[in-house]
Design a protein around this ligand. Structure first.
Ligand SMILES: Cc1cc2nc3c(=O)[nH]c(=O)nc-3n(C[C@H](O)[C@H](O)[C@H](O)COP(=O)(O)OP(=O)(O)OC[C@H]3O[C@@H](n4cnc5c(N)ncnc54)[C@H](O)[C@@H]3O)c2cc1C
Length: 518
């Protein structure tokens, strides 16, 4: 039996050097790093690539200004270098973005400006532009829509922004081109490690219900907030290890760009209750966020708490000239941060605290990687592969092609990510999309029939949700419009040979992305 898809897929009983569990930023980064070294890799993702946290980030490539305040300068320096690397790897999906911090009190601009000068200094040659102070008039010009009452000026600094779900697909396709085999909608259901010999990895295709087993010398658990389910699975010969993840949720609200028709982002470094608020132009809309609320239950589709919505609306309304109401929200999405729980004294696992992320090797040999952020996915992948080689779980192979552009890069023309979505998001692959039937037929929000066909043929899309949530960000931009587009997308998927595009499930899901329902 094979877990068949339209692309090369693992066969029942096939053996690999490495099996990666989870197709978010972390797992895809690990699969790519391993494949580029010439290792035999398979990656299994239970739902869709990036359908967990990795499509629900604030879309910022950043060094972590907050670590400056904690004095963790080496962490900031590393993330800034990674920021620069990602910008080079996929310029059609990751670009520099100016951030403006409006100042309403006399001390704010000099205070935050001084910290940001240090940020520039740490970036060194990886810097994207100098921090500078803007007068009131220049601030109003830079941020049309900002609250002018009491505005004194601002500080502008540089970070990056990206399209997280499409970057994940670019990673997956680049890994596949390097020899990795990747399957979405395929859950790792079991893991057995005999005393001698490779691990047996049990799989279930969630679309067909079919099951299979593959073998691996080494298994890396990159299941995000869900890593502990695999670590603590029943039936292991060893005592279940202590929980590693302590998730927290972050809410984003998407509103019309007319609230702030700027080409720069706005940052409130300290809200009235001491948090951070971003207003980020993205794909022709504005993202407002985010929050930080403990969420131990880890649902697949977490919902915002009313107080989280109220916090975002209140703080955005305080800094924008126009008040933002719940009825203005076009989409609301929530991500779970895979934060690493504090180690317990009786935790016997080999716990290696490394930068922001943690690598743990349990008694049964399972290597788990968790934490970090999207920006540092490459650094995490490097650490994981080096850990596995040092512990003789993988054969030694030198790193190769780490700085090679991802599939679709370099972009033929620079096109801003804050502009409405279009063909430019495919980079050099745009001509392949145009070669599919229906290039002139637009279904909404810039998505064409040809793009849907391309998503099925070349981008692993299997359901309406895969297309409208992640290959194209319709659900994340405007849930009502996504619901309207869904039947046409389902129809095209069926023409492309998809038996059940799960239209009803997607229609129901759209209701979760609107605070007031559909
Ligand atoms: C609100 C919020 C905002 C953020 N903003 C930013 C930002 O602006 N910039 C930044 O750099 N970082 C940001 N981050 C952090 C970043 O998004 C995460 O660190 C990163 O996406 C985590 O990726 P991951 O692969 O570890 O987890 P995930 O993306 O969750 O991937 C894990 C995958 O494993 C799969 N899985 C689980 N169990 C199994 C199984 N048994 N078999 C197969 N597959 C399985 C899941 O379906 C999931 O897709 C943000 C995070 C949040 C929550």
């Amino acid at each position: 039996m094979s877990l068949a898809r339209a692309w090369p897929a693992p066969r029942d009983g096939q053996a690999f050097d490495l099996v990666v569990v989870g197709g978010g930023a972390t797992g895809l980064g690990v699969a790519l790093e391993a494949a580029q070294r010439g290792l035999d890799v398979a990656l299994f993702e239970s739902h869709d690539f990036a359908s967990g946290t990795s499509s629900r980030s604030t879309k910022l490539l950043h060094g972590g200004v907050r670590y400056l305040a904690q004095g963790n300068l080496s962490l900031v320096r590393e993330a800034l270098a990674e920021r620069a690397a990602v910008l080079k790897l996929a310029p059609h999906l990751a670009q520099p973005l100016a951030f403006v911090m409006p100042a309403y009190r006399w001390w704010q601009a000099p205070f935050y400006g001084a910290g940001l000068m240090l940020y520039d200094l740490l970036a060194g040659r990886a810097g994207l532009g100098r921090t500078r102070w803007l007068q009131r008039a220049a601030t109003l010009q830079a941020l049309p829509g900002v609250q002018p009452r009491g505005l004194r000026g601002s500080v502008q600094y540089w970070d990056g922004q990206f399209e997280d779900a499409r970057l994940a697909i670019a990673l997956a396709r680049t890994a596949q081109a390097a020899g990795a085999q990747l399957l979405n909608h395929t859950e790792v259901t079991d893991l057995q490690r005999p005393a001698n010999g490779p691990s047996h990895v049990g799989l279930r295709d969630r679309l067909s219900g079919r099951e299979a087993v593959v073998h691996a010398r080494c298994v890396v658990n990159a299941a995000g907030v869900w890593v502990d389910a695999l670590r603590q699975r029943p039936g292991t010969a060893h005592a279940p290890p202590a929980r590693l993840v302590s998730p927290s949720q972050g809410v984003h609200l998407v509103v019309d760009r007319s609230f702030m028709p700027a080409e720069r982002a706005l940052l409130v470094p300290r809200t009235r209750d001491g948090r951070v608020l971003f207003v980020v132009p993205w794909l022709g809309h504005l993202i407002l966020g985010t929050t930080d609320t403990p969420r131990p239950d880890m649902p697949r589709e977490p919902q915002a708490l009313d107080e989280e919505r109220q916090f975002i609306l209140r703080e955005a309304s305080a800094v924008l000239a126009r008040q933002v109401c719940l009825s203005d929200v076009r989409s609301e999405w929530v991500g779970l941060r895979p934060l690493v729980a504090a180690p317990r004294p009786n935790d016997k696992a080999t716990r290696q605290l490394s930068r922001e992320h943690t690598i743990v090797q349990d008694d049964d040999g399972l290597v788990t990687v968790v934490g970090g952020k999207w920006t540092t996915y490459r650094a995490m992948a490097l650490d994981v592969i080096e850990h596995c080689m040092q512990h003789a779980l993988l054969p030694h192979r030198p790193a190769r092609h780490r700085d090679a552009p991802l599939l679709g890069a370099p972009a033929p023309t620079a096109h801003a990510l804050h502009a409405p979505p279009g063909l430019h998001l495919y980079g050099t692959l745009a001509s392949e999309v145009l070669a599919c039937p229906g290039a002139q037929r637009e279904l909404g929000l810039g998505l064409t029939e040809a793009m849907v066909r391309y998503a099925v043929r070349c981008e692993y899309a299997c359901t309406v949700e895969d297309v409208l949530a992640r290959r194209w960000r319709a659900l994340f931009l405007d849930a009502r419009e996504a619901r309207r587009m869904a039947p046409a997308v389902a129809d095209i998927l069926q023409q492309e040979g998809v038996n059940d595009p799960a239209l009803a499930e997607f229609t129901a899901l759209c209701g979760h992305y609107l605070p007031e329902g559909l």
